[in-house]
Design a protein around this ligand. Structure first.
Ligand code: ATP
Length: 354
């Protein structure tokens, strides 16, 4: 539906020039909840502003429904944006705020009233229609902003960190709410965040960005299970990285040699998630080593177990307290641990500009 082709953006000229986006390519499907995720300065807002039309690209094309819209004025694009700071009209009621875009388009009153009512019902604010928007809580204001952006039925809704001003509890509720809204309306959402958990819980697909480049585009599960490189593995979820020597299809770690499918000769970086490290275990098809328990940290649902291997390598394991409640590991003890080969990933360890 939206084809982003070789899109680039430079700011400034000569020595002071900054390339905020380097020839980015990807396609967003109709009805997708698509997220741009990355650390501060990676270029996600720049990309969103190019799609909205608030800024024009230095090169490339933005093809929507077969037509290049990259140089079209923002008000002519079938795209709407919800910002972090809701930008509501404070002196207007909730109903008037939502009606505003339709009135500006000159739609008849008989059409506007039912559209506003339906939209307020969708965001569960029907009862507050006549309240001034300045007299609402942060979460309610954000819902009005959503209703106002959705009522004009854009082809694409752009959301620029729309939940970051909300407190933790409200933010979690709104994540579920937003996902529900997107499903019920069937609209295409492009959502910007630097919060990996928010991206994982809401998105159909995520583009992980750093240094003005897309590092990987995949579903949340694929990103977590098969990160393309060290940047993605480190940014999404918790990871252990192990540097090992490899020869003849086997790797050496903590004095033991283990066959690892796909291992090429030389130094390799392996990644394993903390929940896959098996404690007090010796398993077939795994790297089996001894480790010293350095520290235990209780997190309610699970416990993080910090380990040191004989060669000084540090690892963290995570065990679920409900499953292992009565199996305790004393700090200072030496235990056997197993790193199952099916959970180990060989990671491209290229330097990536943050
Ligand atoms: P954040 O999460 O902090 O908003 P971001 O990922 O959205 O970060 P961008 O705002 O897209 O990042 O910025 C990408 C790069 O482009 C940064 O290095 C930034 O300093 C630079 N940049 C953005 N806007 C301008 C501008 N108007 N002039 C010069 N440089 C800019």
């Amino acid at each position: 539906m939206l084809d982003i082709r070789e899109l680039s953006k430079r700011f400034g000229y000569g020595n002071g020039a900054v390339t905020a986006l380097h020839e980015v390519n990807f396609t967003i499907g109709e009805g997708e909840f698509f997220t741009l995720l990355g650390p501060s300065g990676c270029g996600k807002t720049t990309l969103l502003r190019l799609i909205a039309g608030f800024s024009s690209p230095s090169g490339g094309a933005l093809v929507l429904d077969g037509k290049d819209i990259a140089r079209m004025p923002p008000n002519q694009r079938p795209v709407n944006t919800v910002f972090q700071n809701y930008a509501l009209f404070p002196h207007m009621t909730v109903g008037q705020n939502v009606a505003f875009a339709l009135e500006a388009q000159g739609r008849p009153r008989t059409e506007i009233a039912p559209a506003v009512d339906a939209m307020l019902k969708l965001v569960q604010l029907g009862h507050l229609k006549d309240r001034k928007s300045s007299e609402l809580s942060g979460g309610q204001q954000q819902r009005v902003a959503l209703a106002r952006a959705l009522v004009a039925k854009p082809r694409i809704l752009l959301l620029d960190e729309p939940l970051s001003a909300l407190d933790m509890k409200l933010r979690k509720d709104m994540q579920i709410e937003l996902k529900r809204l997107q499903r019920e309306t069937g609209l295409t959402f492009i959502f910007v965040t630097h919060d990996q958990e928010e991206a994982l819980t809401m998105s159909d697909r995520i583009a992980v960005m750093s240094g003005g480049r897309v590092q990987q585009i995949a579903t949340p599960r694929e990103l977590y299970d098969r990160p393309a490189n060290r940047f993605v593995a480190g940014f999404i979820g918790e990871s252990n990285f192990l540097t090992v020597q490899s020869s003849g299809g086997s790797v050496i770690l903590g004095g033991s040699r283990t066959h690892l499918p796909g291992a090429t000769d030389g130094a390799l970086t392996l990644m394993i998630r903390p929940e896959h490290v098996a404690l007090s275990s010796h398993l077939p098809e795994a790297i089996n080593v001894t480790a010293k328990v350095k520290q235990l940290v209780f997190f309610g649902t699970d416990t993080h177990v910090y380990l040191t291997l004989t060669d000084g390598t540090e690892l963290v394991a995570r065990i679920q307290n409900a499953l292992h409640g009565n199996r305790t590991f004393a700090e200072g003890a030496t235990i056997n641990i197993a790193l199952p080969t099916e959970a180990l990933r060989i990671i491209a360890d290229t330097e990536i500009e943050a």
